[in-house]
Design a protein around this ligand. Structure first.
Ligand code: PLP
Length: 405
């Protein structure tokens, strides 16, 4: 049954009594910060994605910061990434004092265009930070060949990509094994698995994993769980500059419940996405997300491209007037005031772009994607009737106000 007046939000997290009950556990034991629930969540998460090690942190931005430190990114280094991502991707590079070097995207997948990487590699390039944007895997096979050739580590921003898969040496593997040196996940409510806030790093390297564990807890040599259980007095030391990037046990207890639901959440999203694709084929000029044959998205967001002559804001407003929330396509960091000239590069020279502010000819596909794509509502409890309403609001928006330009 469809209620024509019901507002359709962009996403609604899948949370109920199970998560509420799980949160009671740590609260009633009194161990509420990083402890046994975090350790269990890490084990279960590692097993789920097929990683050797998983290290929980306070959010994905913290995870990205630690991942870049772990591969040795330092002040004045360059890290190759995309501008067309949530701003946290590029911010994490700047936390290390390094310079984000933006390459343009492939317009079909909205992910890093591997053909543009080699021309921006310099002797200061320290890493490649690639993004699986809105859950669509980027071309890791091609990116890793380039990385190997230049001896560069890969960090994967997998914030949105839990449960997404790629074909890797003829086998489907989940994002996060990882296929680079480290992969970083987010548990913000806009993602598929939420703990309120939260993040996870995965790696195959035990030594990297142990460094992450010290960094996230103030650089302390002994975890407080160990000190707590010891029958001998232990004096900890602080051999390195650390951070407070801990996840709490309350969050981890919720995350463990969410992990159990994940297969069902992903299947539902894939079913809804397939139904969108079929329905959108009837709206001329609208391009649904393109899934390469080596990728399976989790459809964290459903990002479609409007006809080129459409006014994005007018379409979105028309849909909002019809009770349907949308969001503008993924942002471009280089167009934000926080990314003034000098803090980023598009490969011309470090920190220099000779284009007008907010416009870069070398990042034109990124800008075009920001201006011509929108995200449609997609959530677990969405009904087919909801979906029909979204599609009809989009059709009206595209044929009406959206043509106002
Ligand atoms: C959400 C997101 C982040 C940031 O995740 P937080 O957990 O909110 O820090 C980073 N990168 C991408 C691509 C994201 O979508």
């Amino acid at each position: 049954m469809s209620d024509p007046d019901r507002f359709i939000p962009i996403i609604r997290p899948v949370l109920d009594e199970r998560e509420a009950d799980a949160a009671r556990r740590p609260i009633l034991t009194g161990w509420v910060t990083q402890g046994p629930e975090v350790a269990a969540f890490e084990r279960e998460f590692a097993e789920w994605v097929g990683a050797r090690h998983a290290c929980a942190v306070s959010n994905c931005t913290a995870a990205l910061h630690l991942a870049l430190l772990a591969v040795g990114v330092k002040s004045a280094d360059e890290v190759i990434t995309v501008s067309h991502s949530y701003v946290a991707t590029a911010n994490s590079i700047r936390y290390c004092g390094a310079i984000p070097v933006f390459v343009d995207i492939d317009p079909d997948t909205s992910n890093m265009d591997p053909t543009r990487i080699e021309s921006v590699i310099t002797e200061r390039t320290r890493a490649i930070l690639c993004v699986h944007q809105v859950g669509m895997p980027c071309d890791l096979a091609r990116i890793s060949k380039i990385a190997e050739r230049h001896n560069l580590p890969i960090v994967e921003d997998a914030a949105c990509a839990i449960g997404s898969e790629i074909l890797w040496r003829d086998q489907w593997e989940k994002i996060g094994r990882p296929h680079g040196t480290l992969a970083c996940f987010s548990f913000h409510p806009r993602k598929l698995l939420t703990t309120g806030d939260g993040g996870m790093l995965t790696t195959s390297d035990a030594e990297v994993d142990s460094r992450l564990r010290m960094w996230r807890q103030h650089g302390m040599s002994v975890p407080d769980t160990v000190r707590h259980e010891s029958r001998q007095v232990i004096f900890e030391t602080y051999p390195m500059l650390g951070y407070n990037y801990r996840m709490t046990d309350i969050q981890a207890a919720v995350g463990r419940e969410q992990l159990k639901r994940l297969p069902e959440i992903i299947q539902r999203r894939r079913d809804l996405a397939a139904r969108y694709k079929q329905q959108l084929s009837e709206i001329p000029g609208v391009t649904p997300p393109q899934e390469p044959d080596w990728a399976r998205s989790n459809f964290q967001s459903y990002c479609l491209r409007l006809p080129a002559e459409c006014d994005q804001r007018a379409v979105m407003q028309s849909m909002l007037d019809a009770g349907v929330a949308t969001r503008r396509g993924v942002m471009c960091a280089h167009r934000e005031p926080a990314y003034a000239a000098g803090v980023w590069s598009c490969g011309v020279a470090p920190g220099v772009c000779d284009c007008p502010p907010g416009q870069c000819v070398r990042l034109s596909e990124s800008e075009c994607a920001q201006d011509q794509t929108i995200l449609l509502p997609l959530f677990h409890t969405m009904t087919e009737a909801d979906q029909d309403r979204v599609v009809s609001a989009l059709r009206d928006g595209v044929s009406g106000g959206g043509r106002s330009r």
